[in-house]
Design a protein. Structure first.
Length: 117
């Protein structure tokens, strides 16, 4: 039996869209437009597309960035920066992947997740 894709997008912000405020969500959200504010999801995945321009602090389960982010990114599981990503802020996650061709200006902390005994 095939597993349901973890990457199925529940919400999509297109490239011609601009939003401001606090974005809270469950599941997966893809942003290809402009967003300013705060992004929070305890168990969610944020995908920033190549045309996405985000001015926000981000706190999520997983983050995959291909666009521009100006703000700090905290993830419970992992942060992936894929070309042509441009990230100006600090990264904090147990796993941080930065591909060749990415612009990153900030501090990076890849501390293993604490397990409960």
């Amino acid at each position: 039996m095939a597993k349901k894709s973890q990457q199925s997008v529940q919400t999509f912000l297109g490239p011609r869209t601009t939003l401001e405020g606090t974005l809270t969500f469950k599941g997966t959200v893809r942003l290809d437009g402009h967003f300013s504010g705060t992004i929070i999801s305890k168990n969610g995945t944020i995908v920033i597309g190549k045309t996405g321009v985000i001015h926000a602090d981000i706190s999520v389960q997983k983050a995959t960035i291909s666009g521009e982010v100006r703000g700090n990114i905290n993830a419970v599981d992992r942060i992936e920066l894929r070309p042509p990503a441009r990230v100006y802020g600090d990264l904090n996650a147990p796993v941080v992947l930065i591909d060749e061709g990415v612009v990153f200006d900030g501090k990076c902390s890849a501390t293993p997740r604490q397990t409960q005994s």
